[in-house]
Design a protein around this ligand. Structure first.
Ligand SMILES: C[S@@+](CC[C@H](N)C(=O)[O-])C[C@H]1O[C@@H](n2cnc3c(N)ncnc32)[C@H](O)[C@@H]1O
Length: 384
């Protein structure tokens, strides 16, 4: 199910679709050159340890690990518009990382190659956490396999979820939108990407989509009720929305977090940054009531325990934990916090590095059994 990383590079050859605001459609090339990559994760009864809701997540007894060119396509864009487009594609450098410039609010996370690798790793981890599912909302198969099925992925990132969905539902049209042109040029024929800010007015027809999906839009969305209202308008009657995000506060069921924990401090700093940006990290806890308030029905929350490190008893969750650990050790904290710590809190990169180093040491410690929550909320637009 996973999209090959090999075909990915920042989107090339944006085309302009409108002069104001500058919507960019990265030129997609249909290809069979991007074969699915086997995750290498089979099924096992060990995989079945429940990590949803309030169940305790058990640690294993021992600490052993489980195993076109670059030019623009022809366009009627003015040189002014072209320069905006090239700035959007290029991004802005802050403390050695590249950040998106498009969108009405500053976004907290980078858009460079390192971040794209992190996004793809996250996709793999989340799919496994959800037991090899791309979504959990009970969208009937008939709805997604119908000839006019349309699916929208908000803040699509590398587009890896949209591409996997396009492969899984070849008769559906997939559209991924993002403020950053980080989608690959080789995509399935039923998948397209556009550059757009999901906090602006959506340009789609009302009652257009069967399913709207958004994952990990931390520090990306300020106004969830407005986003939900737009989703409601643009979903067909009977259509579904699913929002999902990690809430990055460290939790434990066995009191194994050490005193003065660097990991807990990183979480605290990240919450403070996001709060100051106007995009609180606990926003997912309000999604279900906001969905109901918008008019959605059949609204459900599902909360998954996402372990940090390969400590759970379940083989599946050990792999999830290992992926989470790799993600953080390979620069996850920096991706989450560098811009916010230096620009929003006014801190020094060197000070952040000290806290992050302390946190990384804890994360490697097999005696520390922490997890965060992965919060999924879905709902359905009524049929009438
Ligand atoms: C952490 S990534 C998650 C990517 C993808 N949803 C996934 O789960 O693989 C968040 C993405 O949201 C995008 N983003 C941030 N603010 C946005 C906005 N206002 N409108 C559209 N995309 C946005 C970022 O550029 C980034 O690609």
């Amino acid at each position: 199910m996973q999209q090959s990383r090999a075909s990915r590079s920042p989107s090339k050859s944006p085309k302009t679709a409108a002069a104001s605001p500058p919507k960019i459609k990265p030129e997609a090339t249909t290809s069979s050159e991007a074969p699915p990559v086997d995750s290498g994760i089979g099924s096992s009864s060990e995989y079945d340890q429940d990590n949803s809701g309030n169940h305790l997540l058990e640690a294993q007894d021992d600490t052993s690990e489980a195993s076109t060119d670059e030019g623009y396509a022809e366009s009627d864009a003015s040189s002014f518009l072209s320069s905006i487009l090239s700035e959007v594609r290029r991004g802005v450098e802050i403390e050695g990382r590249l950040y998106p410039t498009y969108g009405k609010h500053a976004y907290g996370m980078p858009m460079d190659e390192k971040e794209m690798d992190r996004n793809d790793l996250q996709h793999h981890k989340y799919s496994l956490l959800l037991r090899d599912r791309l979504f959990v909302a009970p969208v009937p198969d008939a709805q997604l396999t119908s000839s006019n099925a349309r699916i929208l992925d908000l803040g699509t990132g590398t587009g890896i979820w949209a591409i996997d969905m396009a492969d899984a539902y070849p008769s559906a049209e997939l559209l991924g939108v993002d403020i950053a042109a980080t989608q690959p040029p080789f995509v399935p024929p039923n998948c397209t990407f556009e550059i757009d800010d999901v906090e602006e007015d959506w340009p789609y027809r009302p009652a257009h989509f069967d399913f709207i999906h958004a994952r990990d839009l931390m520090t990306a969305v300020r106004d969830w009720p407005r986003l939900l209202a737009q989703a409601y308008t643009h979903l067909k009657p009977g259509g579904w929305i699913q929002l999902a995000s990690t809430i990055p506060g460290a939790l434990t069921d066995d009191d194994s977090i050490p005193p003065n924990s660097g990991y807990v401090e990183c979480g605290r700093l990240y919450f403070e940054i996001a709060e100051k940006m106007g995009a609180p990290l606990d926003a997912p806890r309000a999604w279900s009531s906001q969905m109901r308030g918008t008019g959605f029905q059949n609204v459900q929350d599902e909360v998954y325990k996402l372990p940090m490190g390969p400590w759970p008893r379940s083989k599946r969750l050990r792999t999830v934990g290992k992926l989470e650990q790799i993600m953080i050790l390979e620069g996850g904290f920096e991706a989450y916090m560098l811009r916010g710590y230096t620009q929003v809190l006014g801190g020094r990169k060197e000070d952040l590095q000290v806290v992050m180093a302390l946190a990384r040491r804890e994360i490697r410690d097999p005696g520390v059994h922490t997890y965060v929550q992965f919060h999924v909320t879905y709902g359905q637009k009524p049929l009438v």
